[in-house]
Design a protein around this ligand. Structure first.
Ligand SMILES: *Cc1c(COP(=O)(O)O)cnc(C)c1O
Length: 379
């Protein structure tokens, strides 16, 4: 990299190029002010009250019913929730959803983790892992001995998304990590048995909770394993989560603010047209970001195939002469935060969230601000 002519800390992005909201992080991600206002308005009778009473159970009911509608779930599908976020759900799924052998698609940091958890379980066979290079995704392969296929809707570390379809001829469950994809990407519920996520990404809430949309086959699996002699820690027991969820409760105390922010976001989606509305917002954001990158002479979308480019997380490579880390630093000094790349990917790039809460005008301003910074660095 050539040394810059000007000191980056002297760069002043004009106010007219600054986005109204500078939060572009992959999660925790931008929370809309209206969600916060709704929480503050109800706080005196809601926060600090028992999660076993109607006030909180109503909010959990709004979340469960709202997700049912948002994802147009077929009859018999149920919405489960529990504490610990997606990472806890992986362990719960190892104990309570995989019967003997799973297959996992590994195409980045997040999609590798469920496979690692399954590989460590002494009561399961070795999982099959199908890997592809960062910036691409592999395809699942149906095999008779596989009882669970672990897919990832959106690989947050690389900005690759995949269409969720059952592997042809597969009899095992299809379990999808949709932590960053859910709510921002379209999905057909008949193609999955378990679509799980956490609320701090497209749902613009906070972390620490997991949600799982489960098909009748997934529920049957949960009940079968729970009735077997496999030891399952109670906190990670999906049957316990199922029983509590049916009562609009969680096994232990949930974060009430997180639930409320989540309920507001689910309702905002549903009141405006559901997944078509929310995914449509991410589509427009992606259109703005990727077309800007393709037209620029210093940036290119990292993901080569346009159909694999995520509409919720954009990864943009920079030419060698521009240090993306310096660009991110200048942006941060102007209140435009969390555009740094995923550290373990080790590329000269920016990673930009385009979740439904983020306005496309702000993505356009961000692009203009980046162009300005790059110009100032080169002059
Ligand atoms: C953020 C993320 C996770 C981790 O979620 P936690 O709630 O922090 O455990 C897992 N998978 C994907 C795809 C993610 O984007």
């Amino acid at each position: 990299m050539i040394p810059y002519m000007s000191d980056p800390s002297n760069i002043k992005i004009p106010d007219s190029l600054l986005p109204a909201d500078g939060r572009f992080g992959a999660g925790p991600s931008k929370v809309r002010q209206a969600q916060l206002d709704a929480l503050v308005a109800e706080a005196p009778t809601y926060l600090g009250t028992s999660h076993r009473q109607a006030t909180v159970k109503n909010v959990v009911g709004r979340v469960r019913g709202g997700l049912h509608n948002l994802f147009n779930l077929p009859d018999g599908y149920e919405v489960l929730l529990g504490n610990g976020g997606t990472t806890a759900f992986w362990d719960a799924a190892v104990f309570g959803l995989i019967e003997t052998k799973s297959q996992h698609l590994n195409f980045g940091e997040f999609s590798s983790k469920f496979a690692t958890a399954a590989a460590l379980a002494p009561f399961l066979g070795d999982p099959e892992v199908i890997k592809s290079e960062p910036g691409t995704h592999p395809e699942a392969v149906a095999r008779p001995e596989i009882d669970l296929y672990g897919l990832t809707h959106n690989e947050t570390s690389t900005g690759v998304s995949m269409t969720i379809t059952r592997p042809e001829g597969a009899s095992g469950l299809v379990a999808v990590d949709a932590t960053s994809g859910a709510g921002g990407l379209r999905v057909d519920a008949s193609q999955f048995d378990c679509y799980y996520f956490a609320p701090q990404k497209s749902f613009a809430s906070d972390g620490g909770l997991w949600l799982a949309l489960c098909s009748p086959a997934a529920i049957e699996r949960i009940e079968k394993i729970a009735a077997s002699d496999r030891f399952i820690p109670e906190f990670l027991n999906l049957k316990t989560a199922l029983d509590n969820s049916r009562l609009d409760q969680t096994y232990n105390t949930p974060a009430l603010a997180t639930l409320h922010l989540l309920a507001s976001q689910v309702e905002w989606f549903n009141e405006n047209g559901g997944l078509e509305f929310s995914a449509g917002r991410s589509d427009r954001n992606a259109e703005v970001l990727y077309s800007w990158a393709e037209q620029s002479d210093f940036a290119t979308p990292f993901v080569a195939k346009p159909e694999e480019r995520s509409h919720v997380i954009g990864t943009i490579d920079f030419v060698d002469s521009i240090d993306a880390a310096v660009v991110a630093k200048v942006l941060r000094a102007h209140g435009i935060v969390d555009t740094e790349p995923y550290r373990k990917l080790g590329r000269n790039q920016l990673r930009i969230a385009m979740f439904p809460a983020i306005d496309s005008e702000d993505i356009a301003s961000l692009c203009a601000a980046i162009t300005y910074v790059v110009g100032a660095l080169a002059s």
